[in-house]
Design a protein around this ligand. Sequence first.
Ligand code: E4P
Length: 226
Amino acid sequence: MKFFLDTASLEEIAAATSWGALAGVTTNPSLYARVGGRLQDFHEHIQRICALVPGPVSAEVTAEDTDTMVVQGRELAALASNVVVKVPLTAAGLAATRALTNEGIAINMTLCFSVPQALLAARAGARYVSPFVGRFDDISEDGLEQLANIVNAISNFDFSDCGPNGQSVEVIAASIRNPNHVTQAALIGADIATVPFDVLKKCVEHPLTTKGLRAFEKDWEKVKQA
Ligand code: E4P
């Protein structure tokens, strides 16, 4: 499973990139608002992210009609070669995904909450589909069970004739809230988990790693004084 960072923060992206294990970034309008983003700076901000990340960067359209989504998608795709256009999983979004995919633009279909939605996204040519785990949990449903259903359903079929260059769809486990979501997404077989920076930090840390290091440090002091 690959790790994407779910953020619009340049500082978080720079830090996570320096760890050497980051494969991409996902953003959305809420994440951009969270870093104090302004409309007039949006495209430049996406370009800055793209320059920092050695992999795909999802940038989301904000329109809800197909024609405007296609216009916005083309503009976003023109910003950098690693932009992936993020499109909501609606009927209008499916149509925009097909249109943009036919132009060779990679699409991440977002706000996916069901197997039929995921299958339709794959058929429309999406390069990625993003089932949301945490938001299902928020409404007392089992987000991981839904993710497992979607991963299983997608793996039952060949979608290589749906997108450009025979590339098949990849499932991004999104709306990840804790390291257990990451563990379970990997065991379920999600291709990618997109993880907020605070959760990624928790994934690196373990109390026994810290305890072990302190013990080595203490014993090394004895070695130095022997
Ligand atoms: C996915 O790409 C979304 O940006 C994200 O994972 C949503 O997560 P949230 O439910 O924590 O907002």
